[in-house]
Write a protein that binds this ligand. Structure first.
Ligand SMILES: Nc1ncnc2c1ncn2[C@@H]1O[C@H](COP(=O)(O)OP(=O)(O)OP(=O)(O)O)[C@@H](O)[C@H]1O
Length: 361
């Protein structure tokens, strides 16, 4: 997938801008705050119709304006497509492909797959298990439509079961049979999700380790372990054994909603002992592995968005990363950097066609 052109109107700090991209490497350079990340965020919108920074759509309309428009020309290997996202202040967001509106936003997901590596990824290491579960879910659902369906059903069932436990406590009453009604769907959907998460993690771990080894020049070893209550016992037994505890706690204490990914470096917690550069190298390895899997499972090469990628990496790691990009043919890449000289040096080393865009406020 190649983004050939991007046209922005009133998107964040950009009143109106047009970019014509190289099919290979594109760099946005300029001082802090000029709007480099904002351009990358617009590219992210073309992929999944939302910001990667977690901002609401309305906040992305340029201050004082009534709407924003992001328009992209995308070559899918056969033909040119126009994706247009319009966000009026007073109405709903509209997404059109070749002038036709999508009925559901979800129908657009998967047309232009992307992988973003940005400073905000550090949350994956520092935050609670919830952000890692969300990441795992997003990775799997990009290539498996059933997964999302199972997950939504599971989450609804947990909510209903928890509501029932709370109502038992409120009314000083307990009915084990009534609670059991929720166990069956919980087991059915939960076990499927568990198996898919386990399979996905198994498939991605060797890739992460390989990429990390290349970027770090073999300096450290990292590991990723999937932890789930369902590894201890069958979900049925777990629910059976914890029903008394759940009654006291008034929520479902065991299940895949408690899963986590454990990131380690040389056998210790990456969060505790990893330096900023090591953590960043790990996140890059993780995201490149995600890219590799999407490519393998969908046959589409995602666009790679690298926001502030070189910050905190030493020269050796930057060189290794460039070497990797050269070898693996990652497809179209977008890079932001405050340092034009460094960007020019990096781009020279990569044997691909490139364009550098100086972003001005
Ligand atoms: N809705 C908005 N309207 C106007 N300006 C906005 C809006 N949202 C963000 N901005 C501006 O965008 C700028 C930040 O842009 P961005 O994060 O893309 O900068 P950057 O070039 O990537 O900077 P850095 O090098 O520091 O990462 C800020 O000046 C901010 O005020």
């Amino acid at each position: 997938m190649i983004i050939q052109k991007l046209h922005l109107i009133n998107f964040k700090n950009h009143p109106e801008k047009t970019f014509e991209f190289s099919p290979q490497i594109n760099c946005f350079v300029g001082n802090n705050g000029v709007g480099k990340t904002n351009v990358v965020d617009a590219l992210h919108y073309l992929s999944v119709a939302k910001s990667f920074l977690g901002n609401t759509d309305i906040n992305n309309i340029k201050s004082g304006e009534d709407f924003f428009t992001i328009e992209g020309e995308i070559y899918d290997g056969e033909k040119q497509n126009i994706i247009k996202i319009q966000m009026p202040k007073e109405a709903k967001k509209i997404i059109k492909k070749n002038d036709k509106s999508y009925d559901r936003l979800a129908d657009h997901i998967g047309f232009l797959p992307s992988v973003i590596i940005s400073p905000y990824d550090s949350n994956l290491i520092s935050d609670s298990g919830e952000s890692r579960r969300r990441f795992l879910d997003a990775m799997i659902s990009q290539t498996d439509a059933d997964y999302l369906f199972n997950l939504i059903q599971y989450q609804k069932t947990v909510q209903q079961r928890n509501a029932l436990l709370k109502s038992f406590a409120k009314n000083r009453y307990f009915d084990a049979e009534n609670l059991e009604i929720y166990n069956e769907p919980l087991i059915k959907f939960g076990t499927r999700i568990f198996e898919k998460r386990q399979q996905f993690t198994d498939s991605i771990v060797p890739l992460i380790q390989n990429y990390y080894e290349i970027i770090s020049n073999g300096n450290e070893k990292v590991s990723v372990n999937y932890h789930s209550d369902l590894q201890e016992d069958s979900f049925e037994n777990l629910l059976h054994h914890t029903s008394e505890k759940d009654r006291m706690l008034t929520y479902t204490s065991k299940g895949i909603h408690k899963d986590d990914l454990i990131f380690e470096m040389n056998g210790n917690s990456l969060k505790k002992i990893g330096s900023q550069g090591q953590q960043k190298s790990f996140l890059i390895a993780l995201k490149l592995s995600q890219m590799n899997r999407i490519k393998e499972l969908t046959g589409k090469t995602p666009v790679l968005l690298l926001d502030d990628i070189f910050d905190k990496l030493d020269d050796t790691r930057v060189s290794q990363l460039i070497e990797l990009v050269n070898q693996e043919h990652f497809g179209q890449i977008f890079i932001t950097d405050t340092n034009r000289e460094r960007t020019e040096k990096v781009v020279k080393k990569i044997n691909e066609e490139s364009r550098i865009f100086e972003i001005e406020p």
